[in-house]
Write a protein that binds this ligand. Structure first.
Ligand code: ZN
Length: 291
């Protein structure tokens, strides 16, 4: 797909595990997450990727927390950012718990779909069974939620293709290349070039590198014509030893896009690129009803 000159910035605000001790700017409560998402939208993020935390700060798939956060975010009447929710926000959660929010809630436009399992070193096995992925694909497709197909290693591309052939995922897919996770594919220019060449011509893709690989992968993705993801889920530092905020990371990404000679995709443009419908009127109406 020719996405022209527009580059989508996704902001991954929270993640499942990083504690506030490491960076106090990580938003944890629904109120903090919605407010941070709004700030990131103001700086140019077209998509926000959301994880929830429980009262102890641990990752949770609690449906009520997703619902509350979505409502708080949609209450910002001027903010049309695309809401993308994780489906792997708690390694202890059952498959059913991981799908509870995308099965029932309104307002989720995208959701992560992690195309395989691997040893997420050194913590444990990141499990995404074929049975889970098939069921999740069916739910997302039936509810018009665009999967963000997360690829941690090249073999996962075949998993995604399998479910397209089965009719459970609908092409063109949107891939997120997640590089530099220990146990996954290293964050190198060669690996991102390779992955970007393996997907169908009409697919769209985005990429990020974990930690210190964040900026090299951001610039590589720009050079290769991809979209980009930033945020404290993937990287907690702005520069060596300097803690970042999500809004600062988005602001820098927007500057990099402009310096590169491209433009930052608005949410409306991003919906068009991703094949998403315009923001449903019901969401706006719900927001207005609150005022
Ligand atoms: Zn995530």
């Amino acid at each position: 797909m020719n996405t022209g000159n527009d580059v989508i910035i996704s902001a991954a605000l929270t993640g499942a595990v990083t504690p506030k001790d490491i960076n106090e700017h990580i938003p944890l409560t629904p109120q903090e997450i919605a407010a941070d998402a709004y700030r990131c939208w103001q700086q140019g993020a077209a998509v926000v990727h959301l994880h929830m935390r429980d009262k102890q700060g641990l990752g949770t798939m609690d449906r009520a927390r997703f619902d509350e956060t979505i409502r708080l975010l949609r209450d910002y009447q001027d903010c049309d950012v695309i809401i993308n929710c994780t489906t792997s926000g708690d390694s202890r959660a059952s498959d059913e718990d991981r799908m509870a929010h995308v099965s029932a809630l309104d307002g989720i436009e995208m959701a992560s779909w992690d195309a395989g399992s691997f040893n997420w070193m050194p913590g444990g096995v990141f499990i995404n069974s074929p049975q889970f992925l098939g069921r999740l694909a069916e739910i997302l497709t039936a509810r018009g939620i665009k999967p963000e197909v997360e690829i941690f290693d090249s073999g996962m591309l075949g998993v995604a293709s399998y479910f397209v052939e089965q009719g459970k995922l609908r092409a063109p897919l949107h891939y997120q290349f997640c590089l530099g996770v220990p146990g996954g594919m290293p964050a190198t220019v060669e690996n991102l070039l390779y992955l970007s060449q393996q997907i169908p011509a009409n697919a769209t893709w985005s990429a990020f590198g974990i930690g210190k690989h964040h900026l090299p992968m951001l610039y590589t993705a720009l050079a290769l014509g991809g979209h980009i993801r930033v945020g404290l889920e993937d990287n907690v530092y702005f520069s060596k030893g300097v803690k970042a905020t999500n809004a600062q990371l988005v602001e820098r990404a927007a500057q990099a896009i402009r310096l590169f000679g491209k433009q930052v995709a608005t949410p409306a443009v991003a919906r068009n690129i991703l094949g998403l419908p315009p923001l449903p009127v019901s969401h706006k109406a719900r927001a207005y009803a609150g005022h």
